[in-house]
Unconditional design. Structure first.
Lengths: 100, 495
């Protein structure tokens, strides 16, 4: 069904925001190809005209009133953060703010 | 601690035991046994004693007691617990203290249950042996050289080894039923939507369900009664009335039509498993059930469909672990590098494999061939069940093709995936499924029977399971744990 090149594995890892060591990339090349190969029966299944099933049971879209309800305090929401500054999560700068 | 929920609640109400005494016994036993078993990742002795004292005080004052008052219960460590470490078996959440309780934990606490600790699991529920926990393996109480199954292996082992009275697990592709089978206990995966997923650390949201792992079918009914029901915080929680699950437990199987899907009884089933199932089928027939030959023709497609749908959902769900809001952060040269390094260091090999597989399946250009096709097959599998249930009331199958296997026996990922071959369809179709001990192999390992029911018909599964349990009578202490029991004091007899 599928052969994965090293470049493809690296592209998927980037999409998945995963840093892989070179030996992990090598192992995943083989493993993902073997897993996809074992799924061959899927390609042969006759699914013509079958609507994809996205939910296990039919669920109507659940809506609630647009009202403020009790929720986590800012401190509770932030207390697990690896880095914070006051009431915000701290991350590496995306924009440096310098003008040329 | 070999007591059931029914025993404990009765004895507490009668004043024969105190909740604090039960908690003392539980932690003493955990202290002796668990260093060798590895069922728990965290214990909450302080919280448990506090709850126990409150219950004892309420009883002394003749105040009404909840339906689980004083019952020591363990929770799979992917159910979030306020101020009690919750890891989902992953390094990426190591040290995290959740700021809230999951819906099911709120329900248990309100019912008077005593939460004694958090149990081991395959990382984020991704595995069938608990070997994929980032922290430690859990051993099987029946034979310490074997796995307990997974991913709720810690919860099943803790119940089987009498380290708690009952536990909760989660089941995305068999993660309650298969470890229950391997450990000789009862495991129930409720209908999708029966139990709220609010506060369950998500693996595959269209498949995940929380359910009880217990010593008896009656206890499973009792625990389900407490945790089931609508919760507006989970958009997929069903606004459906919850029946009295205990009501039909004694009704027996007379008049029930029990379907045997021929696709589940082919080659590849361990002879000991097969023999135990055959005996159970004969007992069902002898007790008045009608055995019906049925077919679920798309069964062979359940495994590939599951292993595309579940990783696809996982790749999306696990995007939240990025080193920003909670969990592990590894600094990088910029934001993207920080994301990649945090996730690369925090996730284990199986989680990375599934994230990669899911990302691949959802990728532009591959979506139709993999993810969409898997969802179409899912619809075919559901249709098979709908048709089968016009001819029978309950479907009877093996839980797994083999009894518990050895550590390291399924090192190849595809071999490990095959351990779930009989349990996946139930999740894909959203059905309730019960694993109930039905006998032993010649080597003395427990074998589970799987009962699958119509949506929201847990009651018929529990009724059938209770009948099987009466014949199978698995009450002995697991021999692996027996070797760890404190030795009786032999030198104090008066001469």
């Amino acid at each position: 069904m599928a052969q994965l090149s090293r470049t493809e594995v690296e592209e998927i890892a980037l999409l998945a925001r995963l840093h892989l060591e070179p030996d992990e990339t090598t192992r995943l090349e083989t493993e993902l190809a073997a897993i996809l190969e074992s799924f061959g029966a899927l390609a042969a299944a006759n699914v013509e005209g079958i609507a994809p099933m996205t939910h296990a049971v039919p669920v109507d879209l659940a809506l609630r009133g647009d009202q403020v309800e009790p929720s986590l305090s800012v401190d509770d929401a932030l207390r697990g953060a690896p880095k914070r500054a006051g009431d915000v999560f701290l991350v590496p700068a995306i924009v440096t703010g310098k003008s040329e | 601690m070999s007591a059931t929920i029914a025993d404990v609640t009765r004895r507490i109400a009668a004043g024969e035991v105190t909740a604090e005494g039960l908690v003392d016994d539980a932690f003493a036993r955990i202290g002796t046994i668990d260093p060798h078993l590895g069922a728990f990742l965290a214990l909450d002795e302080r919280g448990a004693r506090q709850t126990a004292r409150a219950i004892d005080k309420a009883r002394s004052a003749n105040e009404p007691l909840g339906p689980l008052a004083g019952v020591p219960i363990a929770l799979k460590d992917n159910l979030v617990t306020k101020d009690l470490a919750t890891t989902a078996g992953s390094r990426i959440l190591e040290g995290w203290l959740p700021p809230y309780d999951a819906h099911v934990v709120e329900k248990l606490r309100a019912a008077g249950a005593i939460i004694i600790g958090k149990t081991n699991l395959d990382e984020f529920g991704m595995g069938s042996s608990t070997e994929r926990s980032a922290f430690k393996p859990t051993k099987n109480p029946w034979d310490l050289s074997l796995v307990p199954g997974g991913s709720s292996g810690g919860s099943a082992a803790a119940v089987a080894a009498n380290l708690c009275v009952a536990s909760l697990g989660t089941d995305t592709g068999g993660s309650i039923r298969q470890p229950a089978s391997f450990c000789g206990v009862v495991g129930l995966k409720p209908t999708y939507g029966r139990v709220s997923r609010w506060g369950v650390i998500a693996y595959a949201s269209s498949l995940d369900q929380v359910g009880p792992i217990t010593k008896t079918v009656a206890d499973a009914a009792h625990l389900l009664q407490v945790i089931a029901g609508h919760d507006p915080r989970d958009a997929t929680s069903l606004p459906t009335a919850v029946p009295n699950f205990a009501a039909a437990l004694e009704a027996g199987v007379d008049g029930l039509r029990i379907g045997l899907p021929r696709e589940y009884f082919g080659e590849g089933i361990d002879p000991g498993v097969r023999a135990a199932l055959d005996e159970t089928i004969e007992a069902l027939r002898a007790n008045g059930a009608t055995i019906v030959d049925i077919s679920l023709p798309h069964t062979h497609l359940a495994l590939p469909a599951y292993y595309l749908v579940a990783p696809a959902e996982a790749s999306s769900n696990l995007a939240r672990y990025d080193g920003v809001r909670f969990g592990k952060r590894v600094e990088g040269v910029d934001l993207l590098d920080m994301y990649k390094r945090s996730r690369g260091a925090g996730f284990g090999p199986e989680v990375k494999r599934r994230i990669m597989l899911g990302t691949y399946a959802l990728r532009a250009g591959y979506y139709d061939a993999y993810y969409k096709r898997a969802q179409q097959v899912r619809a075919l599998i559901k249709r098979d069940f709908d048709e089968a249930f016009t001819r029978c009331d309950v479907i009877f199958t093996p839980v797994a093709p083999t009894p518990a296997f050895a550590f390291g026996a399924k090192a190849n990922p595809v071999d490990m995936y095959l351990a779930d071959v009989f349990t996946l369809s139930c999740n894909l179709a959203g059905l309730p499924g019960l694993s109930v001990p039905c006998g032993f192999t010649k080597a003395g390992l427990p074998v589970g029977a799987q009962l699958l029911g119509k949506p929201l018909d847990e009651a018929t599964l529990l009724r059938t399971g209770a009948a099987i349990e009466r014949w199978a009578d698995i009450t002995e202490t697991p021999p692996g744990v027996a070797t760890l029991e404190p030795k009786p004091d032999q030198g104090t007899q008066p001469s």
